[in-house]
Design a protein around this ligand. Structure first.
Ligand code: CUA
Length: 311
């Protein structure tokens, strides 16, 4: 059954999306009815009591206890309904079922990295269908926000702490992931996908994405280049991004904003990953996150250096 959503809401593909939508449409229709009543009364009264001559003066109006009571009681009841209903949905969305499958999410400028219990990693979130998935999320730099419109799943991803969100996808398909908190220059390109698969396909995919121990350092570096999102700023084809391209970088002369220069040897590349603010290449701003020295292992840094040296 293909569901393309409505004018107001996107397609609906998680177990709690229907609860969110029902509450949304309740508030929507209550608002439509109140809008028509209020604006209708206003237009009607403006016409009925319009001034007809110079001598026309307003007549004193007697209060109506019924009308006054109704505009206190009716909104109070509506607000109580919306609060109770909304709180129930909020709790349902906030508390993951105890059997949920946990995936770690690491957000960075401008990349999503997903880590699975067996050690596999990916930039696209792969999940089995009809199974609760709990995401344990943190950011290595600034505030990001994980948003899957089709699941009605949205949660801030914050540095120095974990935030959690869960969902259960209801059908096998591919859904858009967005960053929905402004996080810098390339915020709008911080996109990914959720690939919802059968449990069998998911298991096969997981096994295939385990880190290959027989890979060369440069091959592992290529994997890291993609997983860590280096490509967001460092191109391989000579295009200038937020950072210098990796094409022809190794061995070249680098001129820095402080007027010094250096040859881009292995030590320079290693230092530029671990401590990017120490020497900023002319023409670039010091925007690279400084956490890679702690979030990457020594072996991973070696692999990235080896990969950059091959470009
Ligand atoms: Cu990350 Cu916007």
């Amino acid at each position: 059954m293909e569901d393309k959503g409505t004018l107001w809401l996107p397609e609906n593909a998680s177990t709690y999306a229907g609860d969110v939508d029902a509450l949304f449409y309740f508030i929507y229709w209550v608002s439509v009815v109140l809008f028509i009543l209020v604006i209708g009364a206003m237009v009607y009264f403006a016409y009925k009591y319009r001034r007809r001559s110079e001598a026309d003066r307003p007549q004193p109006i007697k209060e109506s206890k019924l009308v006054e009571a109704s505009w206190v009681v009716v909104p109070t009841i509506l607000v109580a309904i919306v609060f109770t209903w909304g709180f129930q949905v909020f709790i349902k969305m906030g508390v993951a079922p105890p059997n949920a499958y946990e995936i770690t999410v690491r957000a960075s400028k401008w990349n999503w990295l997903f880590e699975y219990p067996n050690g596999a990693r990916s930039n696209e979130l792969h999940v089995p269908v009809s199974r609760p998935i709990k995401l344990k999320m943190s950011s290595i730099d600034v505030l990001h926000s994980f948003f899957v419109p089709a699941f009605r799943t949205k949660q801030d991803v914050v540095p120095n702490r974990y935030t959690y969100v869960w969902f259960e996808a209801t059908r096998q398909d591919t859904f858009q992931v967005m960053c929905t908190e402004y996080c810098g220059q390339q915020h709008s390109t911080m996109l990914s996908q959720v690939v919802v698969q059968s449990q069998g396909d998911f298991n096969t995919w997981l096994a295939e994405n385990l880190i290959d121990e027989s890979a060369t350092p440069a091959e592992r570096g290529e994997l890291l280049y993609n997983q860590q999102g280096c490509f967001a700023c460092h191109s391989l084809d000579g295009t200038t991004g937020s950072g210098p391209t990796f094409q022809g970088l190794s061995g070249s002369q680098r001129a820095f904003t402080d007027g010094t220069t250096a040859t881009a040897d292995a030590n320079y590349l290693r230092e530029a990953i671990i401590n990017p603010a120490a020497q900023v290449v002319q023409g670039f701003a010091p925007v690279m996150p400084g956490q890679y020295g702690t979030t990457l292992t020594a072996e991973e840094i070696d692999a990235l250096v080896a990969y950059i040296q091959e470009q």
